[in-house]
Design a protein around this ligand. Structure first.
Ligand code: ZN
Length: 485
């Protein structure tokens, strides 16, 4: 509702002024919005869009990093290799000042993991450690399971619900085009371990947050709380959760034994990759297009987030191939260690406080490789009518207008919190959580045609933002809560 209200208000105001004092109204009227994006900018954006649809380097880039590097967990040698690979690629594509920026994180590395039901019907189950979890005692941990159908049921359970038990929350994650289902259940994973420990549990498990029905567990980060015991935590694959539910329905206590041996690796170096397309008369202003370099270790991270790297690199390459240069500097960033608490983005923002006020707009592609269907912004509401030319360009690739409530992607969080205008080219994520954070996030899940459409939208939008007149600040509600990834 907010954007429409904000857009109507100035119109009503200027209409009232026109009636009362027509001359004054003319003098004080803002620059006509259509002037901010000239016909020439619109034409170039449309040409970039059409070129993207004829083929681009996005799929090749994704195929390259997933094949030649593979999984690239933040703070590991594999992430370093991904950074070096990306530097070589971006340099070859023609980006300038391509570099790696290092930062320190608390490392975590998965170890051996196994689990089984020991009673009433002994059999193996498929689990995986949640990111950041401590290990079980060597040889494993066995306890009775306390089952909860929803996370709220668990939170509302009596204080003595879980003492000495393994909590297992069996809530499903539902499919949604914009990922709302995952947003609703992600706290089950991030906060569950600490809540279980507060209730005396010895471990925490949950139904994998994936929306699939395959025997793949879905990893992801957890957040322990200071002063609360750290209990070992794992995700169980959806079919295995349903198997445990059937056992429990037969009335006898279910017992699980599991052994996970992840290692808290201590201070580790992580890597963010940066490259520029230098601007001309506004070179000291920046348009950031970004993705994240790291992936979970279970798969090659094709959708999360090699896809974002390929889409943004390809959009940049199309702009590099133009005869003219952008007015603003376009900065491509592949953030390290996004998957645990956006550490790369926060480290980058902290290391470059002078840059933040100079960022004209920014975004991250981090929602897989489905087609873009909506252009969301978080700009000064007064400038929104000026974006009609870009909306026309995007409409040709089936991207419609969205509300002024963009989050800009996870790694834009510290930027947005600092008042940087952000935008989101919202992808159809209906199938994203079938693969995201599972061993099944692999290249074969990507349709190159959808990538072309993404690159078309990114190239056109980036070009417009890098060349238009005006200022997109101040943005509404910079501290809007982010959706966890
Ligand atoms: Zn991601």
């Amino acid at each position: 509702m907010k954007p429409y209200a904000s857009r109507i208000a100035p119109l009503l105001l200027s209409a009232a002024m026109a009636l009362a004092t027509p001359v004054l109204a003319q003098q004080s009227a803002p620059t006509p919005p259509a002037m901010a994006i000239s016909a020439e900018i619109e034409a170039t954006a449309a040409a970039l869009r059409d070129r993207a649809l004829q083929g681009n380097i996005a799929f090749k880039f994704i195929e390259g990093v997933t094949t030649e590097v593979g999984p690239r967990l933040g703070g590991t040698p594999a992430e370093k290799k991904a950074a070096e690979w990306s530097v070589a690629q971006l340099k070859a594509l023609g980006f300038q000042d391509v570099r790696i920026e290092e930062f320190q994180i608390d490392g975590w590395v998965r170890g051996a993991e196994s689990a089984s039901v020991t009673a009433p019907f002994p059999q193996a189950i498929t689990i995986t450690s949640l990111g950041g979890s401590v290990a079980t005692p060597k040889g494993g941990l066995e306890a009775e399971v306390a089952l909860f159908k929803t996370y709220d049921d668990f939170l509302r359970a009596p204080a003595d619900c879980c003492k000495g038990k393994i909590v297992l929350v069996t809530q499903r994650t539902v499919k949604a085009q914009d990922g709302a289902g995952y947003s609703a259940t992600v706290r089950n994973r991030s906060s569950g371990p600490a809540e279980a420990a507060k209730r005396g549990a010895v471990a925490y498990m949950l139904r994998s947050l994936g929306t699939h029905s395959h025997r793949f567990p879905h990893t992801g980060a957890i957040r322990y709380e200071a002063g609360v015991p750290r209990v070992p935590s794992a995700a169980v694959s959806p079919p295995d959760v349903e198997q445990i539910e059937r056992m429990a329905a037969r009335g006898q206590p279910v017992r699980i034994k599991f052994d996970i041996q992840p290692r808290l690796a201590g201070p580790s170096t992580s890597y963010t990759v940066v490259g520029d397309i230098k601007g001309t008369d506004k070179a000291d202003e920046y348009v950031i297009i970004s993705a994240h370099l790291d992936s979970w270790d279970l798969a090659t991270g094709a959708l999360d987030d090699a896809a974002g790297m390929g889409i943004t690199a390809a959009a940049g390459k199309l702009i590099l191939d133009l005869p003219q240069k952008p007015r603003r500097t376009i900065r491509i960033i592949f953030f390290g260690t996004e998957e645990t608490a956006l550490q790369g983005a926060y480290a980058y923002a902290k290391a470059h406080p002078d840059l933040l006020p100079k960022v004209f707009a920014g975004s991250e592609s981090d929602f897989g490789a489905g087609p873009v269907y909506q252009f969301l912004t978080r700009f000064n509401p007064a400038v929104l009518p000026a974006f009609a030319p870009l909306r026309r360009v995007l409409a040709h690739v089936n991207v419609g207008p969205g509300p002024n409530t963009a989050l800009g992607g996870p790694d834009m969080t510290p930027f947005r919190e600092a008042g940087v205008p952000v935008f989101t080219l919202q992808q159809d994520g209906r199938d994203y959580f079938d693969y995201h954070h599972t061993p099944d996030d692999t290249l074969d899940k990507i349709d190159p045609k959808n990538l072309d459409q993404n690159v078309a939208a990114w190239a056109a939008t980036t070009w417009v933002l890098a060349n238009m007149d005006g200022e997109l600040r101040p943005i509404p509600d910079p501290a809007a809560p982010r959706r966890l990834q």
